[in-house]
Every structure is written in C-alpha cells, then in structure tokens.
Design a protein around this ligand. Structure first.
Ligand code: MN
Length: 499
C-alpha cells in the first residue's frame, strides 16, 4: 500500500525548510544509508531504504530536528547491515550515533508477552528510554507507524500479535507524548487487524451517517464563519472533522451502537490567533446556538493530563442538529496534533541555531503557557548531567522513577502520579468532574477505599454518581497532588457561597 517514496519527499514534508547545509548533510546520510541497505528488500518487495525514507518523512511531518531526521534514515543500519555504529559516529557525529543506538536497544526489548507484569515492565523500559532522550522514542513511534502501514505483507498470526502490542504499548505512549496524529492512526490500523468485523461494521455506520453529514458540516462551517466574521473575530482557520474509526467504535460500544447518541461525531474546529479570541468566539457561538448542559469544557484553563488545550462545547446547531465545537489557538492546535514534537517547531523558530531538545546549553524558550510537568522534570535533570556518566544517570533514573507511579484507566490511558497517590488524586487527574463525583474506586477490579495508596501499574476505575455532588472535606486529609487539593478547595468554597 505504501507509495513509492523519494528523498525529495522528506524535504517537502518538513514543517520548516531545512537550511542548505542541513539539506546537504541529510543527502549525505541518505546516500550512506542507501549504500548500507543496498540489495535488501522489505516484505513488500520494495527496496529496504524506502522504509528508512518513510520513517524520516513521518519525523519531518511532525517537525523533528535535523539530528532526528538523520537518525531516522539510519535507524536500521547497525542492526541489519555490515555498517557499525562506530562508522556512523565517525561520519555523522556522536549525537546521531547515540540516537541510533537508542533505537537499536529499544528494538531488543521483547514485548510479545501480553501478561500484565511484562506489559507494565516493558512500558516502564520505554519510559526509561524516554528519560534518556525522548527523540529515541519518537523515532521508534515513526518506525512502528510505517511498519503498521505495511503490516499487510506479514502472515496473519504475526499481524494480530504486532497489532496487539502496538495497541497496548505504542499507542498509549504516543498519547502520553500528546502526538494525536500518530496515536489515532496507530489505533485505527490496530483496530482493523484485531477486530476486522467490528472495524468494517464501524466504517459502515460511519459512512452511512457521513454521506449526509459531510454536506451539513460544510454548511455549518460557512454559517459559523459568517457569524464570527460579522463580529470581527479574526479566524486563522475553521474546518470540520470526523472521528477516528477506533474512537468512534469505543463510543458506539458505550451507546448500544446507536450513532444518533454520539454528539461529537461532527466537530467544527475553529482556530483563532489569541487565547482571548477563543473565549470571545465561544461567547458568540453560545449566543447564536444553545449549548448543551454539562458539555462546556475549558481545557485552556484546565488542560488535560497530556497537556491538551482547547475549548469544547456541544451546541444545538443549525437545522437542530447536535454538534461539537472546538476552539483553540494555532499553537494549541499543533501541540494537539504533534504533542511534544510541536516544541521543536516553536523552539527552532525562536532560537535559530539551537541544536536539540535536551543538549542545548540553555533550556528552549517557548511561549507555551504550560508544559508537561514530567517532561520539564526530565529536561531539568538532563541539563544538570552529561549523558556520558552512565552510573550517575542510572542512579538519577531510579531516583526519578522512584517518586512516580504510573496507573492506568480501564481504557489503558496512563496517569502519572506521585507515590502514595490515592484514587481521589487519580480521579482529579482525569477530570475535575470525575473527582467531584467520585463515590468509590476499584484497583485491578477490587473495591478499595478512597484513601488507598495506588501501586505502580494498577488499573484504577473510579465509581461516580450521576448527580451533581460536591467533594468531601475529608479528602483534603489524604490527597497527594496539588491539583486535586486546589480543585477540592475551590469546589468547597464555591458551594459555601452558593448556599
Ligand atoms: Mn525500522
């Protein structure tokens, strides 16, 4: 299925043009890799180098730096050819060789046992690799994405196993890094191989619905564009979008496969220049179209745990149909699509000549209102140490992970918490509403008290009540995270005044 690819496609795919020096460098790397892989073929029958080119192209599309593109082209060279890591280092320097060696090491982690301990352990190894240099994991994700796109050439039993592993390990990591583009595509391909019947069923429901939905979407985009234009709101972009099949299926399952009960099947995405424009646009839309109660989400003030920011609302739109509206700035948008990779785009624009995410002398200047807390911690930590001192790094790594636990939602999303965090911390980390409405919790399927200390790797399910409920004052005695604490306090205060 993969289309023939050329080196030029990488240059065309870059989100910001490469300098002529970098272009020359990348061309050299390409010739080097092509020579190394010469004569090797992929299962699809294509020359092996086409895989390396595709991986580098994906990395260019999400805006990665030149060193990452170079490592992307070289990522299978030491493993699959006669050419050694030392030769890569001699030709292209230590940083690129370091990235390539990281990918080779990650490749050796065996992931095929689905037993939970192994899964968690492997996930942890991935996180450890990330702690060393997140670019390694991003290259690995690009590698996996292209392998998934060409999965049809493998025997069926391998397809299923690789799809399951990708769904369990790689898609959550892409999600954790906030790279929605890659996460969505990985999940859809996995879904297709893991549950072909349900995939087909979902696609059919979607297509039937979309035949009429698409035209409607275009009419709505036009109407909203006019409304906002009249109010002199500057629009960067407005477009309609439909849901990824896998995400749609997840929702359909919760709603007895009844598509008419899914309100965000059609979503209009509005991109405006500034944060203040977001709120202004939301006000105008609510004036024109009645919003649905309880579905206005301010992820700008309260970002999702993976850093996602946007305003969401569900409205009774034109012609009485229900649809979701998402409003955000260009920066929030690229962070939603490319996650942590978006930081490279912004930092490179602001700091020409800056060499990489972690190895620069000073931390990158970004105008991001927030950054992922754990990424910041890792950055701080890497600033202080050279990456040569292996023992020291090992010690710090243990230190870093000692104070953190990773718990999972029943859907497999990862929630990072401090040690001794409780189900209430977990609930607020997912969403403030879930926190407020929590009545009980299960850890790995067993009922636990709300002040229970969550253990690393547990699957936590929060039991909630449907009615509006205020948090309990007692919770303040045991919560560990400041975000939960501040939510609870705010809500209690609010309730006192509201009486
Ligand atoms: Mn590969």
């Amino acid at each position: 299925m993969s289309s023939p690819i050329t080196f030029n496609d990488i240059l065309k795919a870059t989100t910001h043009p490469l300098s002529s020096g970098d272009q020359k460098l990348l061309t050299e790397v390409y010739h080097f890799a092509e020579k190394a892989h010469h004569g090797q073929k992929r299962k699809s029958g294509e020359a092996y180098i086409s895989h390396s080119l595709h991986v580098a192209k994906i990395l260019a599309e999400i805006g990665m730096d030149i060193k990452t593109l170079m490592a992307g082209l070289l990522h299978d060279v030491p493993e699959d050819t006669e050419v050694t890591l030392a030769e890569i280092e001699k030709n292209f320097g230590a940083e690129v060789a370091y990235l390539v060696s990281g990918i080779t090491k990650l490749g050796k982690i065996k992931l095929h046992d689905s037993q939970k301990e192994y899964y968690i352990d492997n996930l942890r190894k991935m996180f450890l690799a990330m702690a060393q240099d997140i670019r390694v994991v991003i290259i690995k994700l690009a590698d996996r994405l292209h392998n998934m796109r060409t999965l049809e050439y493998l025997p069926p039993e391998k397809q299923k196993r690789i799809a399951r592993e990708t769904m369990e390990v790689y898609a959550p990591i892409a999600n954790r890094l906030g790279i929605g583009e890659i996460k969505g595509e990985l999940e859809d391909i996995c879904f297709m191989y893991m549950e072909p019947k349900r995939y087909a069923e979902t696609k059919k429901i979607e297509e039937t619905y979309l035949r009429e939905g698409e035209e409607y979407m275009n009419r709505v985009v036009k109407l909203i564009r006019e409304t906002l234009g009249k109010e002199k709101i500057r629009l960067t972009d407005i477009s309609g979008r439909t849901k990824h099949p896998y995400r749609l299926y997840q929702k359909l399952k919760r709603h007895e496969m009844n598509i008419s009960r899914i309100y965000d099947l059609i979503a209009i995405r509005i991109i405006v220049p500034e944060i203040s424009d977001c709120y202004e646009a939301l006000g105008i839309i609510h004036r024109e179209y009645r919003p649905m109660v309880g579905r206005i989400k301010d992820y700008i003030s309260l970002p999702k745990p993976n850093g996602y920011q946007s305003l969401h609302t569900t409205i009774f739109g034109p012609e009485g149909r229900i649809l979701e509206v998402q409003i955000r700035t260009p920066k929030m948008h690229s962070e939603a699509e490319y996650g942590i990779a978006a930081h490279w785009m912004y930092t490179e624009q602001e700091q020409p000549g800056w060499r990489g995410f972690f190895f620069g002398k000073k931390p990158p200047v970004t105008t991001a209102p927030k950054e992922l807390v754990w990424v910041n911690q890792l950055k701080e930590w890497q600033k202080e140490i050279g990456r040569d001192d292996k023992e020291f790094i090992e010690g710090l790594r243990i230190e870093f992970f000692k104070n953190h636990i990773f718990a999972f939602t029943p859907k497999g999303d990862i929630v990072e918490l401090p040690e001794e965090a409780t189900p209430i911390d977990f609930a607020y980390a997912i969403h403030s509403e879930i926190g407020d409405r929590a009545t009980g919790a299960k850890a790995d399927g067993k009922i636990v008290p709300l002040d229970y200390h969550i253990e690393n790797g547990q699957v936590i399910q929060i039991l909630t009540t449907k009615e509006k409920k205020k948090p309990s004052r007692d919770w303040l005695d045991f919560v560990k995270t400041s975000s939960a604490r501040s939510h609870i306090k705010r809500e209690l205060r609010h309730n006192e005044f509201g009486k």
